[in-house]
Design a binder for this molecule. Sequence first.
Ligand code: AMP
Ligand code: ZN
Length: 477
Amino acid sequence: MSLKVYNTATRSLEDFVPLRDGAVGVYACGPTIYNHAHIGNFRTFLFFDLVHRHLEWSGYDVRFVMNLTDVDDKVIEAAHAAGTSIQKHTGPFGETFLSDCQMLGVRTVDSYPRATEFIDRMVDFISRLIEKGHAYPADDGAVYFSIASFPGYGKLKGIDISTLIEGARVEHDEYEKEDARDFVLWKAATEADEAVGAAWDSPWGRGRPGWHLECSVMSTTELGDTLDMHLGGEDLVFPHHENEIAQSEGATGHPFVRYWMHVKHLFVEGRKMSKSLGNFIRVRELLEEGYDPAAIRHLLISSHYRGDLNFTRDGLKASAVAVQRLLDFEARLAELATDDSAEASALPDLSASVLVAFRTAMDDDFNSAHALGTIFGFVTRVNSELDERGNVTAADRDAALDALRSMDEVLGLLEVAHASRTVDDDLVSWVERMIEERAAARASKDFARADQIREDLAAKSIVLEDGAEGTRWKMIS
Ligand code: AMP
Ligand code: ZN
């Protein structure tokens, strides 16, 4: 069986055939780095990661690009409120985003373009659209895309362009949701834009790019005129991706994207996530509260990306149990005393068939829910085979271990669990070293050094308790 993907553009499951045999170019709409990413964003980013990993696991030569939006309405507003420049405001959020990705096992991608690094190309791109009659500068210093000039407009969303008001404009990308009129490619700079460093020179005066344009320019610059896959959350279908198609195909004259894929929004405790409902959760908070990153990863990939997923703390606890089951299973296999004179077991057959079932699930439009089901079925069967037999040969044991680890190259659960536990072990040995050093400092009456060590530990939320039987320590949240 080969990979099938659900293409938003055709509303059907299609065989995946990349433009160039064996190679895939993917563009994913990444975060707007005006604040920390929330767990909904990470449902989407973890889906990106599953696509990335599964394509690589399947032998494709993948070029994966995920942009970081560092200039748009939200960024400007946030920088303004913080009294700083967009660059200074977005820098740390970009860093934290990448470190959250690393904690959750999101593989590093080939390129993370930031919109502000592409301004010259954006200006060229708009000039091309004007030359081709798809765009026009207006008196207000802005440049608009003329949707009447692009007959295919509305296809991705499935709306009829003839019902739209010709020549009517929408200026602010934040407020144009569900609106379909001439949209802005370049906005004239306001005082606020200038104040936060979000204004550049252009043939149309000082200004800044529209959000939709940013993705068209970054994606085609990085991957060429036609992308194999373009990914994002479901909220981006319209107008963001619809507008990207119009801009890109208008400018290049080539089909823009072969397969569009969109991730359904995450719910939290049964409702849409929002600050006013008090169910708004950032990944950072969960990590800081000490939740296992592997459990977060498990929960966010436990449902098919087009299906519903409801995040709850109880769900997170159940995911932690599931991850522990995988870890225990791996440890059982790794530590198994093997006996090469043992009779042949069912392990090689179970291993071969789980790999086929796993591939079939992932090839079926990245069905991670089924893929997880096949792995846990395998764990149950292999465990009972081991219970029954007691002994297996090293080759049989290795077949099972290799299958497990191979599937984990896609799911990344053991990988993340091991990485976070290594960090924990490192921390424990560091704390123990510090406690010894403090005891030595106190013994030699170097109280300044002893206090310094206590403070260093406190900075990492570690408190010491001196008692009769020595010093104990604990983490406080
Ligand atoms: P943003 O940082 O708002 O630009 O969003 C980054 C990515 O996360 C986009 O692909 C969004 O579609 C996606 N996204 C936003 N909210 C959610 C949510 N609740 N569930 C899943 N994905 C989301
Ligand atoms: Zn985008």
